[in-house]
Design a binder for this molecule. Structure first.
Ligand code: TRP
Length: 447
């Protein structure tokens, strides 16, 4: 990202924002959270939340960014100077670091699997992730590449490559959907994934779906404020956001269409948690002709998808420190990346390498698995994003003013006018109230 540039085109913006949104959240996190939360019932709630909360809320973040032309902290400061609202910007910066730390660990595993698949014998996943040296080196490697790209500017290579590699990921996934659904026993998986059992919906399912929606769409920590600040006034934010949400949901749904049929064909439990993708897919590739190459290619493309997300995660804290502390960008990138690496080490060691971190368990079992990585994923990937979105929606709806925000979105859009009033209502009432209730429920208020 340039100091204060503009996206070269509407398509450039949609691709960059989709690159941030589409990542491990869609292919690793969505299926495992769905598996733990009842399958199809979760998927249904997830899609409802994406349309009714994710999409309108995303427009709100984009509107602040384009109106203020600043990073999240600076944008809030410009709209309401010297107020405590700036804290929401700081929360976003902290959340970015928190997510990057555990995300880098999973991304490291993904890189590891490029080579493991190619070797023809991926071996045991649990053994692999409990090897402290390997997982820490892979984390360091992934953070290093991310930092290198953020350091050198996003616009060059990575944009060009992801334009080729992301459509390739899409095509490969289409092929894998067909393959997985022809396996004997896969029909049960499809049923689990697509036929909702409404009785499975409870408060923790709602929070999981809300958290996952924000995580997958890169919302709740000001990323879309930053990306919105590079959009020109003549662009249509409304239709752009529509495409981003569509692409992101499509990839997540497709991931489930591969994983659950393959899982049930293998007679495994959908509730295995964070390791789901890494256990189910290598097993599927092992029985496939040419599976070593296909599997290796799959993990390579997944690594690239993860990389376009970690770039955006690193960019938020970096842009903030550069703006506020006036330290040179080149120095800041390495400092922030190093902090994220250090913060990632306990997550890396929490998958068997260190017993204390593996059974950390500070947060109740009903909300998160006990290992440190899952707990980080809950605190930063669910809770902080929901809290950030609650505060930002109040800020947009009431402090800045939903009418002003809606006027900003309307500029450049031919179609948004028809939704103007509905959007104002959603931003002021519906979104903050729903998030607030779901958060209260988290503390067991309604038990
Ligand atoms: N959305 C990404 C994913 O699904 C993760 C991510 C990147 C993110 N940037 C973000 C999440 C900003 C929240 C906020 O993999």
């Amino acid at each position: 990202m340039q100091a204060r540039g503009e996206w070269s085109s509407k398509i450039g913006f949609i691709l960059a924002a989709s690159g941030s949104a589409i990542g491990l959240g869609n292919i690793w996190r969505f299926p495992y959270i769905a598996g733990k939360n009842g399958g199809a019932a979760f998927v249904l709630i997830y899609l409802i939340i994406v349309v009714l909360i994710g999409l309108p809320y995303m427009l709100g973040e984009l509107a602040i960014g384009r109106a203020a032309q600043r990073n999240p902290v600076g944008a809030i400061e410009a709209i309401r100077p010297r107020s405590p609202w700036k804290g929401v910007g700081y929360l976003g910066v902290l959340t970015g670091l928190g997510i990057l730390s555990f995300y880098g660990v999973i991304a490291g595993w993904t890189v590891g699997y490029i080579f493991k698949m190619l070797s023809g014998n991926p071996g045991d996943f649990a053994t692999f992730i409990s090897d402290p040296v390997k997982v820490i080196l892979l984390l360091a490697f992934f953070i290093l590449i991310t930092a290198g790209i953020v350091y050198g500017g996003v616009s060059g290579g990575i944009e060009r490559w992801s334009k080729i590699l992301m459509p390739l990921l899409f095509v490969l996934m289409l092929g894998l959907i067909i393959y997985a659904n022809t396996l004997p026993g896969s029909g049960e998986g499809l049923k689990f994934y697509l036929m909702p059992d409404i009785s499975k919906i409870d408060g923790s399912v709602l929070l999981a779906a809300l958290g996952q929606a924000f995580f997958s769409l890169s919302l709740g920590m000001g990323l879309m404020i930053t990306y919105g600040s590079y959009v020109t006034k003549s662009d249509d934010l409304f239709s752009s956001a529509g495409y981003i949400v569509l692409f992101d949901s499509l990839i997540a749904l497709m991931a489930g269409l591969i994983i659950f049929p393959a899982l049930f064909a293998n007679h495994q439990s959908p509730e295995v948690g964070a390791k789901l993708v890494f256990v189910v897919l290598p097993e599927m590739f092992a029985h496939m002709s040419g599976g070593a190459v296909v599997g290796s290619l799959f993990f390579l493309l997944l690594s690239v998808a993860a990389l376009t997300s970690t770039i955006s995660l690193l960019e938020v804290p970096v842009a903030f420190v550069v703006d506020e502390k006036k330290i040179s960008r080149k120095k800041v990138v390495w400092i922030v990346a190093f902090v994220a690496f250090l913060l990632g080490i306990p997550s890396a060691l929490s998958q068997g390498a260190n017993p204390f971190l593996t059974h950390f368990g500070l947060i109740p079992q009903r909300l998160s698995d006990p290992d440190f990585l899952s707990q980080m994923s809950f605190v930063f990937g669910d809770f902080s994003l929901a809290l950030g979105a609650l505060l930002l929606s109040i800020f947009i709806g009431w402090v800045w003013g939903a009418d002003k925000a809606a006027a900003e979105i309307k500029q450049g859009s031919k179609t948004f006018g028809a939704f103007f009033k509905a959007w104002v209502f959603m931003m002021r009432y519906f979104i903050p109230v729903v998030i607030f209730i779901i958060l209260l429920n988290l503390f067991g208020i309604f038990d």
